[in-house]
Design a protein around this ligand. Structure first.
Ligand code: SF4
Length: 212
C-alpha cells in the first residue's frame, strides 16, 4: 500500500510503522531486529583506518568502499539527521563467516549475503512506500566481492551508475560504524572473527537502516 506523503509523521503512527518494519525483517529471515535511536550509532575514525591499514584488497575498487565512501563527518551528519534506525541481525555458523571455508561453506556464505541484501532491499522499499522516503540501508562487506568480483565498478565511471542499484549497499564499516560496539550496546553477543580464528560460538551478520 502506498501512503500519502506527510510533512511530519505522528508519533503513534511512527512507532507502529517502526514495529511493522522490525517484524518484517524477522519474517524475511533476520534472527533479530531492533529499533534504535541514532545516538546508539557509533562512528569512529579507527574503523575507517582498518580499511587502510593493513590495506583491504577492496579499498578503492568500488563506489561504496573508501576512499569513495562518505567521509566520517558526512556519515556523522547523516546519522544525526535521522531519529530512528532499524538494526538487523542474522546469526550464522562461525565456519561460514571465518576461517578456511570449503566450497559448500562459501556457497552458504553467498546465500546468506543474498538474504541480507534481500532484507535490506525489501525493508527499504516498504519504508519508502509507507512515506519514509529517505530510508537508507547499510550492509556488511564490499559490494564488489558479491556483485562484481571480476568486473570494474561502473559506478566509478562518469555517466554510468551501479549495475545493481536496488541491491548493492555500502557496508556499515565503510562508513566508520563500530559495528561490534553497537551490537554490544543492544545486547547481542558478538565475537571477533578472522581467517585464523573461527572458534567463536557463532557469527553475526549485521545491517542497519536509517528510517526517520
Ligand atoms: S555493485 Fe558493482 S557496480 Fe555497483 S557499486 Fe558495487 S562494484 Fe560498483
Amino acid at each position: 500500500m502506498v501512503r500519502k506523503i506527510m510533512e511530519s509523521i505522528p508519533e503513534e503512527m511512527l512507532q507502529e510503522d517502526l514495529e511493522k518494519l522490525r517484524q518484517r525483517a524477522i519474517e524475511l529471515g533476520a534472527t533479530d531486529a531492533k529499533i534504535i535511536t541514532t545516538d546508539m550509532v557509533v562512528i569512529d575514525e579507527r574503523v575507517r583506518m582498518k580499511c587502510i591499514y593493513p590495506k583491504c584488497q577492496w579499498f578503492g575498487t568500488n563506489r561504496h568502499c573508501p576512499p569513495y565512501a562518505m567521509d566520517l563527518d558526512q556519515a556523522r551528519k547523516l546519522s544525526s539527521s535521522y531519529r530512528y534506525a532499524l538494526f538487523i541481525r542474522q546469526v550464522e555458523p562461525t565456519d561460514t563467516l571465518a576461517g578456511e571455508r570449503s566450497p559448500e561453506q562459501m556457497k552458504e556464505y553467498q546465500r546468506k549475503t543474498k538474504m541480507q541484501l534481500d532484507i535490506l532491499r525489501s525493508i527499504e522499499a516498504d519504508a519508502f512506500y509507507s512515506g519514509y522516503y529517505l530510508a537508507i540501508g547499510f550492509g556488511a562487506g564490499p559490494c564488489k566481492r558479491f556483485f562484481c568480483p571480476t568486473e570494474e565498478c561502473t559506478a566509478l565511471k562518469p555517466g554510468q551508475g551501479c549495475r545493481y542499484p536496488l541491491y548493492a549497499r555500502s557496508s556499515m564499516e565503510a562508513q566508520g560504524m563500530d559495528v561490534y560496539k553497537m551490537a554490544t550496546r543492544v545486547g547481542w553477543d558478538i565475537y571477533p572473527l578472522g581467517s585464523s580464528h573461527s572458534e567463536a560460538p557463532h557469527g553475526n551478520r549485521l545491517s542497519l537502516m536509517f528510517i526517520y
